[in-house]
Write a protein that binds this ligand. Sequence first.
Ligand code: TXA
Ligand code: MG
Length: 319
Amino acid sequence: MKFLASTVKNIKIAAAVIRKGGLVIFPTETVYGLGANALNPLAVGKIFEVKKRPYFDPLIVHIHNISYLENICQNIPASAKKLAQKFWPGPLTLVLPKKDIVPDITTAGLKTVAVRMPSHPVALRLIKEACVPIAAPSANLFGYLSPTSIQDIKEEIYNAVDIILDGGKCEVGIESTVVKVEKDIVILRPGAVEIEEIEKIVGKVKVVNKKSKQIESPGQLSSHYSPTTPLKVIKNKNCILPSGKKIGLLAFKKVEKKGIFDVVEILSPTGDIYEAAANFFSSLHRLDKAKLDIIYAEEVPKVGLGHAIMDRLRKAERK
Ligand code: TXA
Ligand code: MG
């Protein structure tokens, strides 16, 4: 059986698989990762193959303590160290100049590498036991919704890996914030650490302009995180909607009546943005399985993690 409970014994078995060049799906606090030894080009190559991910899209390298950063990065700016001290372990990814030990395939030929120290105890233990850093994108097919529980991992993905460690539901539910730190500090992907929190530590940061032609982080591709069912973002659920179609609603908070909607998913009955983020991908997975013609997604308030949720909804819309 490939699906294993995250006991210490099973984590050690999974770590041995990573060391031998295999693939392991493991839980993090954000989403499930599809991991391989980040320093082994052949193992990393398998990740791209399984995910059908274009080779120009670099991976995040996961480490289990801050001091390991020095092994894979160089010329680390003081501001990056401050951010790591403040937010690690946790959902912040730092893009920094890489050392030669990191293979080109892991960084898609870039001279920088994206690094993160996750806070999930299973992820940390796995990396520690493997004794190598673990490259891991989200465990979904390229462009599709990220999985936040093992039930949402697609067959073509789990069939192609050696082990899946079950860690239950991911607590945060939205991917890490990706920050490039050089002379300027630039947010390449909004995510689970709020931009305002980052600015408290390092001052004003730039946020990559959505309209800019230059793609600095391939995750900025305008279409991403998409369900198979067409999705449209609406300001509120009382707007005029087509009839004669099977329609789903992704609602932010409690809805009194289902109305014209065939299926309704509520992100947070009380309207809590953190709960909404934690339920976001699993709700979309359920709607996507419901054989609907279209999913309408209500805008969420742009406070806290609301920015990161709206970023993903806009990308899901532009399929
Ligand atoms: O929460 C997360 O970050 C999850 C968990 C598994 O850690 N991982 C994740 O990985 O979301 P992935 O591959 O789905 O997204 C990584 C993002 C992509 O948008 C990629 O383009 C960007 O990070 N990235 C990676 N290396 C980069 C680099 N050197 N320069 C700029 N962007 C980079
Ligand atoms: Mg992803």
